[in-house]
Design a protein around this ligand. Structure first.
Ligand code: BGC
Length: 446
């Protein structure tokens, strides 16, 4: 495979999923701690209180990043570790932890990419209304300012939010993610709007305080891929991808979350769909939301097939029986890494980072002491080949972050899913490279 010389190769994690460091009051409570305490929320009844104990083992983990050969690492900061109550009082141990982690990365020649928010909202802020409270915009600005002042001398790459489709949609439309309270459409649309405003404010703060900052956001999407290369099918897939259709998680949208950032307005299809429930949006909000950013992050795991419709603009194509799926039951759709970035780049015209891609597997340690995850190697090769094809066709993709560096707490699935290149034994915290980590090392060395 051949990628541009300056292409960024990294791996990604998120604070709540790996850090632990909570049991002895090392950080403030978050909505995820609270959610996990509710019976029946997490498949295996677990939580992230210890997780991969990365809080105490970050040096070892950074060494693994280095040994695999990644030049970049996408980590998220736990808001409640720096500000246990979300605003106000600063936790010096938390400040020190990220200082040490960042220094360790830089010493090993690894560029940190910081995600400011990967879902672990401080509980104190939730109890004040969380994203529903308009003050959340300033809470997030205060937190951003602290991060910028503490680490902006050494960190230049930032993502404001990870997958708002999840911490608003999965949390408040479906109720399966923290804080898990299902709300009215009007309240959900209000929260989504506040999150977009908080994004804009955060961009302003970073721009003002971090010279040379490169800023983006990392939403997710499930790309629509055309059944054939006919113009009609390609147009149909594009239309489906950016549509805002009636669906169970109505916040699972590309354009609702991204059009305001890049175009300063919500997409027509969504405004029509939500007509009866729209909050009162102010014109000046859109100026804030569309504060210019430098790149566009995108988490892509799978996709679906679309063809031109006989009676509608597009039609979904059913998957054949026995279609390949990963352990978490997500379909394997490598071409999603061709069509997704291509359609996004055509529409939003910003350089793209694939901020997450990877698969969950039924990984276990074999008799020979190794983890033979041939499926993950195959998955990665197929997806990367499609990404490479897209770049050759003119899509401006700057980098790829594998999800994930190590197995970790997979939200409502607890520890039942393993996404890591490195296996974690949660009884001993022993890290063991899977075959895919060895494959990645060879791939990166070429
Ligand atoms: C999230 C990660 C998650 C991964 C696999 C993304 O939705 O950003 O936190 O672990 O996908 O589900």
């Amino acid at each position: 495979m051949s990628f541009p010389k300056d292409f960024v190769w990294g791996s990604a994690t998120a604070s709540y999923q790996i850090e632990g460091g909570y049991e002895n009051g090392e950080r403030g409570r978050t909505v995820w701690d609270d959610f996990c305490d509710r019976p029946g929320t997490i498949l295996d009844g677990s939580n992230g209180s210890v997780a991969c104990d990365h809080y105490h083992r970050y040096k070892e983990d950074v060494q693994h990043i280095k040994d695999i050969g990644f030049g970049a690492y996408r980590l998220s900061i736990a808001w409640a570790r720096l500000l246990p109550e979300g605003t106000g009082k600063i936790n010096e141990d938390g400040v020190r932890f990220y200082n040490n982690l960042i220094d360790e990365l830089l010493e090993k020649g690894i560029t940190p990419y910081i995600t400011l928010f990967h879902w672990d909202l401080p509980y104190e802020l939730f109890s004040k209304g969380g994203w529903q409270n308009p003050e959340c915009v300033e809470w997030f600005a205060e937190y951003t300012e602290l991060v910028a002042k503490l680490y902006g001398d050494r960190v230049k790459h930032f993502f404001t939010f990870n997958e708002p489709q999840c911490f608003i949609g999965l949390a408040h439309v479906l109720g399966i993610h923290a804080p898990g309270n299902i709300m009215s459409k009007r309240s959900v649309l209000t929260m989504a709007h506040n999150v977009l405003k908080a994004h804009g404010r955060s961009v302003q703060v970073l721009r003002a305080l971090v010279p040379g900052a490169q800023i983006g956001i990392a939403p997710t999407s499930t790309p629509a891929c055309p059944e054939t290369n006919s113009e009609a099918d390609i147009n149909a897939a594009r239309e489906a991808y950016f549509d805002v259709p009636e669906q169970e998680n109505y916040m699972w949208s590309v354009s609702w979350w991204s059009d305001p950032i890049f175009f300063g307005q919500y997409p027509e299809a969504g405004l029509k769909l939500f007509e009866a429930d729209l909050p009162d949006f102010k014109d000046e909000d859109f100026k804030l939301i569309s504060e210019p950013i430098d790149f566009y992050g995108q988490n892509i795991y799978n996709g679906y097939t679309i063809k031109a419709g006989a009676n509608a603009a597009y039609e979904a194509v059913k998957r054949p029986l026995g279609f390949p799926r990963t352990a978490i039951n997500w379909p394997v759709v490598p071409e999603s890494l061709y069509w997704g970035p291509k359609f996004l780049y055509e529409r939003y015209k910003k350089p793209i980072f694939i901020t997450e891609n990877g698969q969950s597997g039924t990984d276990f340690i074999s008799l020979d002491g190794k983890i033979h995850d041939t499926d993950r190697i195959d998955f990665t090769q197929r997806y990367l080949a499609e990404l490479e094809r897209g770049i050759a066709d003119g899509t401006d993709v700057k980098g790829y972050f594998a999800w994930s560096l190590i197995d970790n707490f997979e939200w409502h699935s607890g520890y039942t899913e393993r996404f890591g290149l490195i296996h974690v034994d949660y009884q001993t915290q022993k890290r063991t490279w899977k075959d895919s980590a060895h494959w990645m090392k060879e791939f990166l060395a070429k």
